[in-house]
Design a protein around this ligand. Structure first.
Ligand code: RB5
Length: 154
């Protein structure tokens, strides 16, 4: 499993903390920035992870900002991304099991580090259940395809 991580300045400290955790746990991951707490625009960094996951190069992504909301909105604009904004372990696990979520978003200004690590672990260890959920995931893909066709004029 290859994991892509990123943050804006608002999620910089949490992202680094989670990167240390991933390293300790032996996960393979790439940090797409930021690398300082200088103010940036969160769409730029959320997009890096969203495209890395959408392309299939990375299996899962984790993106942090101040609230986790902005990066979630951005990531969910990219076809193939199903970003789950979670601050509890139940949602993180269910996001994987039911929604086949492939990106987790977190807010540094919302959640403590200890819980954030547990949320990340629940997300990474969660397994998509398939079955009755598959047709719902297919419907999400159909919605994406409908709007992509409109954009392309097909
Ligand atoms: C940055 O101040 C903040 O707006 C950003 O990190 C995030 O919370 C946006 O959703």
């Amino acid at each position: 499993m290859k994991i892509a991580i990123a943050s804006d300045h608002g999620g910089y400290t949490l992202k680094n903390y989670l990167a240390d955790h991933l390293k300790e746990q032996g996960y393979t991951f790439h940090d797409f920035g930021v690398f300082s707490d200088e103010s940036v625009d969160y769409p730029d960094f959320a997009l890096r992870v969203a495209e890395a996951v959408s392309s299939g190069e990375y299996t899962l992504g984790i993106i942090c900002c101040g609230t986790g909301i902005g990066v979630s909105i951005v990531a969910n604009k990219v076809p193939g991304v199903r970003a789950a904004h979670c601050h509890d372990t139940f949602s993180a696990r269910m996001g994987r099991e039911h929604n086949d979520a492939n990106i987790l978003t977190l807010g540094e200004r919302v959640i403590g580090r200890g819980l954030a690590v547990e949320v990340v672990d629940a997300f990474l260890k969660g397994k998509y259940a398939g079955g009755r959920h598959a047709c719902r995931i297919d419907k999400i893909a159909e919605i994406e395809a409908k709007y992509l066709r409109q954009v392309e004029g097909r």
